[in-house]
Design a binder for this molecule. Structure first.
Ligand code: LLP
Length: 437
C-alpha cells in the first residue's frame, strides 16, 4: 500500500482526509502513512525470511522519532551516520545491538558514544579511521566491531550526486587495497573485523548495479575467510529505488533471490540499509496555493512549499508527482503550469510543465513520494515557517513534529551587546568576545 487514495472526491491518508490535517496544522505539512511504512519493511523481511538478515533503516532518509519507533517496533535496526543520529535512534528506543554507524568523518566523541552504548558495528571508511577507532576503543577498554567499507567501483546508474561506489568517490577503500586493511585490523588491538560493508548509491532501480557490487563484496568476504580473517557478515548498504514517476522499484523478492544465489548457502549474516525504500512512497507533502500567475511568458502556480521544504527538485532535478487534494471531476480540462515555491531563487521550482486542473487561491496540492529526504533536508532559508509533520495510522493521526514559526527559528540567535540598538543596555552578555564592562 502507499497509504494515499481519493475517496468521495478528496485525498485521504489512510482513513483521514488530508484537508482535515492541513486545516488543523497549517501548510506546508508532511503527512506519512504508518501502515505504508510497515508494509514496506514487511515486504523486505518476508522476502528474506529464510536468511539471517537485519534491516537497518538509514535514518537520514527521515529521522523523526515516531518513524524510528514505528520501525523499531517492527524489528528494524538503524543505520546512522553521526553521533546525533545514534542519539536519535537510542532516544526512539532502537536497541544498540541493531545500530550500525557509518560516515566518513567520525570524531573521537562519536566513536566513544557508539562504543559506550555497545552498538553493533562501525562501518570504517579509511585506514586512518581504523587506527583512530582502535585507539579510542583501547582507551575505553573495549573492542570495536568493525566492517570495512569497500568501494567496489560500480556505477550505480542513478543521479551523479547520489552515486557513491565509483572509484574516485570519497567513500570506502578501493577493493584492491581492502585486504591489506583487513590484515592490519586483524593485528590491531581495539578493533575486531567482523564484516564487509559496501553501498554504491541511492535511488537505484535496476538489479544490475546491485548484482555487480554484491558479487565483489561476496568474493572479498570469501577471500578474507580463506585467509583466516573471520568476517561473519556482509552489510550490503541501501539504495533501493522507489517510484517517483515511471520507475519500477527494486523488488525485495528479486533482491533476495540475487543474494541467495551469490551466497550459495554460505553461512553469512546479512545487513541491509534501506532508507528511501521504507519511507519514500509513504509520505506526501501538502501545500496550499498562494497565487496563480498567468503571463504571456507562462502559467505559474505559486504555493507555500518550496526548496526550503522539499529540496530534491532544486538539488537533483528530481521529479515528484503533484496532484490536487480535491479530486477534479472527470472531464475537467487540465492546464500546463509550473508549480513554484516562495523562495527568491529561480531554482525554487517543484515541478515544471505539470498538467493540473484549474486551482484557486487557498486550494491544496499534494506532492508525492516525499517521505524520504524531504523533511530531513528542510531548511530555514528565507525564514518561512518550517513544515509540521503528521503521522497517520488507520483513523488516528498525530503531529510528530510541530510547525516551527520564524520567531522560534531565531530565538537562539544572539546580538552582541556592543552593537547599538534600542535594547542594548538590557541585553544579557554571554557571547564569545563580549567585553567585560
Ligand atoms: N547506507 C549508506 C551508507 C548511505 O550513504 C545511504 C544514503 C543509505 C544507506 C540509504 O540510501 P537509500 O536506501 O535511502 O537510497 N538526499 C538524496 C539521497 C542521499 C543518500 C545518501 N546516502 C536524495 O534526496 O535523493
Amino acid at each position: 500500500m502507499s497509504g494515499f487514495s481519493y475517496r468521495r472526491g478528496e485525498l485521504f491518508a489512510e482513513a483521514v482526509p488530508v484537508a482535515e490535517i492541513a486545516a488543523a496544522v497549517g501548510t506546508p505539512v508532511y503527512v506519512y502513512s504508518a501502515n505504508a511504512v510497515r508494509a514496506r519493511l514487511r515486504a523486505f523481511a518476508a522476502a528474506f525470511a529464510d536468511l539471517p538478515a537485519l534491516f537497518c533503516y538509514a535514518l537520514k532518509a527521515n529521522p523523526n522519532l515516531a518513524i524510528l519507533r514505528l520501525l523499531a517496533a517492527e524489528g528494524a535496526g538503524a543505520d546512522t551516520v553521526s553521533g546525533g543520529e545514534i542519539e536519535r535512534a537510542l532516544a526512539a528506543g532502537m536497541p544498540p545491538e541493531r545500530i550500525v554507524f557509518a560516515g566518513v568523518a567520525k570524531t573521537d566523541e562519536e566513536m566513544r558514544l557508539g562504543l559506550g552504548r555497545g552498538i553493533y558495528q562501525f562501518n570504517v571508511e579509511s585506514a586512518e579511521e581504523l587506527e583512530r577507532l582502535a585507539a579510542v576503543a583501547r582507551a575505553a577498554g573495549t573492542t570495536a566491531p568493525v566492517a570495512i567499507r569497500v568501494n567496489p567501483d560500480v556505477a550505480a546508474e542513478t543521479h551523479d550526486k547520489i552515486s557513491t561506489g565509483r572509484r574516485g568517490d570519497k567513500f570506502g577503500i578501493p577493493l584492491e587495497e581492502a585486504t591489506a586493511v583487513y590484515e592490519r585490523a586483524a593485528g590491531l588491538p581495539g578493533v575486531a573485523a567482523v564484516g564487509v560493508h559496501l553501498h554504491i548509491g541511492s535511488q537505484i532501480t535496476g538489479l544490475g548495479p546491485f548484482a555487480r557490487a554484491y558479487r565483489r563484496g561476496v568474493e572479498l568476504w570469501r577471500d578474507l575467510r580463506a585467509r583466516g580473517i573471520a568476517v561473519e557478515r556482509i552489510d550490503f548498504g541501501g539504495g533501493f529505488g522507489i517510484r517517483y514517476r515511471e520507475e519500477t522499484p527494486v523488488d525485495p523478492v528479486a533482491l533476495a533471490a540475487l543474494v541467495r544465489d551469490l551466497l550459495g548457502g554460505a553461512a553469512c549474516r546479512l545487513i541491509f540499509e534501506p532508507g528511501r525504500a521504507l519511507v519514500g512512497e509513504a509520505g506526501i507533502l501538502v501545500s496550499r496555493v498562494i497565487y496563480r500567475k498567468e503571463t504571456r511568458a507562462g502559467r505559474f502556480l505559486v504555493v507555500d512549499a518550496g526548496m526550503q521544504t522539499l529540496l530534491r527538485p532544486a538539488l537533483y532535478d528530481a521529479w515528484h508527482d503533484i496532484f490536487p487534494v480535491r479530486e477534479p471531476p472527470p472531464g475537467t480540462p487540465l492546464l500546463v503550469m509550473d508549480v513554484v515555491g516562495p523562495i527568491c531563487e529561480s531554482s525554487d521550482v517543484l515541478g515544471r510543465d505539470r498538467r493540473l486542473p484549474p486551482l484557486s487561491r487557498g486550494e491544496l496540492i499534494a506532492i508525492g513520494a516525499a517521505g524520504a529526504y524531504g523533511a530531513a533536508m528542510v531548511s530555514n532559508y528565507n525564514s518561512r515557517p518550517r513544515p509540521a509533520e503528521v503521522l497517520v495510522d488507520g483513523d488516528r493521526w498525530a503531529v510528530i513534529k510541530p510547525r516551527l514559526e520564524p520567531a522560534a527559528q531565531f530565538a537562539d540567535e544572539v546580538v552582541p551587546s556592543w552593537l547599538p540598538g534600542p535594547d542594548a543596555q538590557d541585553r544579557p552578555s554571554g557571547s564569545h568576545g563580549d567585553a567585560d564592562d
